[in-house]
Design a protein around this ligand. Structure first.
Ligand code: SAM
Ligand code: MD0
Ligand code: SF4
Length: 376
């Protein structure tokens, strides 16, 4: 046996035995590209998923209800400076109607996503109250857990969101290399964004963290991110490949090959066996779903109703009008992968179990504004 195969076998055996991998080993796994090796990684990731989640997959309805944003992330077409874009802000009625449509189709959660809309998070008290009311009403009418993806918001707003019944706070650091972060999210303090997640955890919200591939990161950077996610005990861990688009500073940045995202999904699954990992329809559409599930993902995200005038993020229109991001199209792919949709109660049971786990472990101290302080 070559030393190379030996190392892969040793690491996969260690993972099976529940041993926590060191960062250099995580980085080494992330660098594997030989199809024989990646097939072994994907098979191991599927086996781990099976052990923790059986063959059940969850579905997230994606509702990008405001595309206005005050920020200028260099990778995002919704950045404020991009004037080539027609933006929208959906009314409460439009949001409710799209949410109800997705609930009736069988999604397990509604993800309410927005740019950092200056008329909402940067708005007056009454604009914020109206927004909170809209969020509350989505939960009440759909009887589903709600995830909010509002960007970086203050502790007070996070507390308001908790009171409005939100279950999840999604906020993606993109990278945990602070220098790289500063180039991707100029003018947005790294530690302030990070500390919002600790604060959300303190408030009893579940937390989704996310990273990008193809933005100039190294394998060591990805390993740092995965190690951070493990330490934080994130509830959902996402990776998406950067999709270049017109009208942004990174329009001509060569992104990475698809395999990089897939291997990262598999390594995340191996290092964090019990967390939710998205297979997003936003990056490669329906055509990219099976390979993400085969790499160990267990939540299909970016399900979008076809006729509601709602956009995606990484790919604003891909597969939406064609109804390619609907359960009718997604479920047959699941079946071909040997997977099935989870029952409604199973998602809620997982959420309840996760909340109880955090309450018991008391993982972090109250995070003061601007800095992250893990409990001693
Ligand atoms: N505005 C909120 C924020 O930034 O946290 C939530 C909205 S959503 C638009 C955010 C995520 O989409 C980003 O954190 C990034 O991971 C992803 N994203 C944005 N543009 C992308 C692109 N061109 N390719 C891939 N992912 C992208
Ligand atoms: C997705 N387009 O799930 C969505 C989005 C935001 N919480 C999620 C990036 O891929
Ligand atoms: Fe705005 Fe979010 Fe896009 Fe950044 S990623 S420009 S905060 S919508």
């Amino acid at each position: 046996m070559s030393a190379h195969i030996d190392r892969l076998t040793t690491l996969l055996t260690a993972i099976e035995q529940g041993i926590t991998l060191e960062k250099p080993d995580i980085a080494w796994l992330l660098e594997q590209r030989d199809p024989e090796d990646t097939d072994r990684l994907f098979a191991a990731a599927r086996a781990v998923r099976q052990r923790y989640f059986g063959n059940q997959v969850f579905f997230y309805g994606f509702l990008y209800f405001s595309t206005h944003c005050r920020n200028n992330c260099r990778f995002c077409r919704y950045r404020q400076a991009n004037t080539s874009l027609k933006r929208y802000r959906k009314t409460r009625e439009q949001v409710l109607s799209a949410a109800m449509e997705m609930a009736a189709a069988g999604v397990h959660l509604i993800d309410l996503t927005m740019g950092e809309d200056p008329d909402i998070v940067g708005g007056t008290q009454s604009q914020i109250q109206e927004w909170l009311e809209m969020i509350r009403s989505v939960g009440q009418h759909t009887h589903l857990p709600v995830m909010i993806s509002p960007g970086t918001v203050s502790s007070d707003v996070l507390a308001d969101l908790g009171r409005a019944g939100v279950t999840w706070y999604a906020c993606y650091q993109e990278t945990h290399n602070e220098q790289l972060y500063d180039t991707l999210r100029p003018g947005q303090d790294y530690h302030y964004r990070l500390s919002a997640k600790y604060r959300a955890r303190d408030l009893g919200l579940l937390v989704e963290e996310g990273i990008l591939t193809g933005v100039g990161e190294t394998a060591a950077d990805l390993a740092d991110s995965i190690a951070f996610m493990k330490r934080f005990a994130v509830d959902q861990a996402r990776v998406m490949r950067f999709v270049p688009q017109t009208g942004i500073p990174m329009a001509r940045t060569a992104t990475t090959e698809r395999g990089n995202e897939l291997v990262t999904i598999a390594v995340m699954r191996l290092v964090m066996p019990d967390v939710l990992i998205p297979a997003s329809l936003d990056v490669d559409g329906l055509a990219g779903l099976a390979e993400r599930l085969d790499a160990g993902a267990n939540v299909v995200t970016s399900i979008v109703p076809p006729l509601a005038g709602l956009a995606g993020v990484a790919n604003p229109v891909l597969d939406i009008a064609e109804a390619g991001r609907t359960l009718a199209k997604v479920v047959p792919v699941l079946h071909r992968c040997g997977l099935v949709p989870a029952a409604a109660g199973d998602y809620q049971a997982w959420v309840t179990h996760r909340q109880a786990m955090h309450r018991r472990s008391g993982l972090f101290c109250h995070a003061p504004a601007g800095k992250v302080v893990p409990c001693a």
